[in-house]
Write a new protein. Structure first.
Length: 463
């Protein structure tokens, strides 16, 4: 959503919708009128499909139900009224990924756009050729949201079903010129290290540092698990230095090898920074929430985790979900809703940068029983009491990892999530269709905009 955008000499609230077919639409956020629509597949090419990932999941790749064009959520620069996104294209043989910078008013590419995404650096890791590891536009999956920080557009990459050889990459491009500024690979002398984050973007602080969680992959180098060279299964604080991102601090669970062996990746849920604090919050497939000091993460200790707090939910509470934060009049909360679990609200204790588990609140309604858990957004009128609402979207039935499943949208009191306010199953006409995994509801101007896998964005408001 972009407010008061000038189109045809008038100002409008505009909703932008990016699709896996490499299309972007601009709709009026109030009336639903279509202002423009463009497709950004490369000339003579189309959006890739799941069947193009021929080696993923043994040739039975179903994490996507079809096309794999624009996947990572775009980012908008309000000052220049420019949207940035990654579009992926193929002719069935060759694959390419492009970074686009487009004008919000009409969808036209800015000067220098698009730019082909390429990268390489020295390394002895998987797939290297003569000591050089290169970006693979077919295998590398740009799933997470883009991040705009200090004039640089950052994008990060995972894979398709751990189809190797692959690596986790973070690439940064100048927002003005689209020249490549940053190249980072988290396993240059190893393998894997996908940056998944359940669709969330990289977190950042006012000092310009980036925060990321890395999934399964090589830990350390030359037998030293504390080496900064390969940092799979880790939380990282990265500082831009020249053309590189330097690991300023990190945390790797003491049982990382067990997580690696049993596919209990650490980096499934994205990184959430609590505003104006040093608290870093993330979750893992093992059912644990890890609370880390963002500036002194704890490194690696072979016998125990040297972090602020571990919150254990249960072995089936896999975190393929997104967390959200809310500051009320007197209490701050972080909300999560992993699969096979409840919506949970953890009160934040600012003095200790930990959470008051004794006063945790949990919703009593049935939740997601399969992937990908719930995606959550919070709306409020500032900290005004009684205005906070937690919006949670998830697959109402089935497992959304490999199937397109019916969805449900629920609303809860942000100060007491045991109180459900509304859900879209109460009235048949409010049903939205199929759940769009990793796509959070958006709240603006008195409306809730819900992406779906039913070829529509459904808009809710007061009747």
């Amino acid at each position: 959503m972009y407010g008061n955008l000038t189109i045809s000499s008038a100002q409008h609230n505009v909703v932008f919708i990016a699709t896996v077919n490499n299309s972007v639409y601009a709709y009026d956020g109030d009336s639903g009128a279509l202002y423009w629509h463009k497709n950004y597949s490369a000339a003579g090419m189309r959006a890739p499909q799941n069947t193009d990932m021929t080696g993923a999941c043994g040739g039975q790749y179903q994490d996507f139900s079809g096309k794999i064009g624009i996947v990572g959520t775009p980012v908008i620069d309000s000052a220049s009224q420019t949207m940035y996104f990654v579009a992926r294209s193929t002719n069935g043989t060759s694959f390419v990924q492009h970074l686009h910078a487009i004008n919000l008013a009409d969808g036209s590419d800015r000067s220098g756009s698009p730019v082909e995404i390429t990268a390489s650096l020295p390394g002895t890791g998987d797939g290297n050729v003569s000591g050089v590891v290169s970006f693979d536009p077919q295998r590398n999956n740009q799933r997470s949201a883009l991040t705009l920080l200090n004039g640089v557009v950052y994008m990060n990459f995972s894979s398709h079903c751990d189809w190797g050889p692959y690596h986790g990459w973070i690439l940064g491009y100048s927002a003005s010129s689209l020249a490549q500024k940053i190249v980072y690979n988290d396993t240059p002398n190893g393998g894997d290290g996908g940056i998944w984050e359940s669709g969330m973007g990289l977190s950042a602080d006012p000092q310009g540092n980036l925060y990321v969680v890395v999934g399964n992959g090589t830990v350390g180098d030359n037998g030293d698990p504390t080496s900064l060279t390969n940092r799979g299964e880790s939380t990282l604080k990265l500082t831009p230095t020249g053309s590189k991102l330097v690991v300023d601090s990190y945390y790797t669970p003491f049982n990382y090898q067990d997580l690696e062996t049993n596919d209990l990746d650490y980096g499934t849920m994205g990184a959430l920074l609590i505003p104006n604090s040093s608290c870093f919050f993330t979750g893992c497939k093992d059912g644990n929430i890890y609370v880390v000091n963002k500036d002194n993460m704890g490194g690696y200790n072979a016998s125990s985790n040297q972090i602020l707090q571990t919150i254990t939910l249960g072995p089936n509470s896999n975190f393929h979900c997104q967390a959200a934060y809310y500051k009320g009049a007197s209490v701050e909360y972080v909300y999560v809703w992993p699969e096979n679990d409840q919506l949970r609200a953890f009160p934040f204790i600012r003095s200790s940068n930990t959470f008051n588990i004794a006063n945790e609140k949990a919703a009593t309604v049935a939740g997601p029983t399969g992937q990908s858990g719930a995606v959550i957004s919070v709306s409020s009128n500032g900290t005004t009491a009684g205005t906070g609402i937690v919006w949670a979207s998830y697959a109402a039935t089935g497992d959304a990892e490999h199937t397109v499943s019916p969805g449900i949208l629920r609303a809860f009191d942000a100060n007491d999530v045991t109180k459900e306010l509304w859900d879209n199953s109460q009235v048949q006409s409010d049903n939205a269709g199929n759940f769009a995994k990793f796509s959070s509801p958006m709240i603006a101007n008195g409306h809730v905009y819900l992406p779906t896998f039913s070829n529509q964005v459904v808009v809710y408001g007061l009747k």
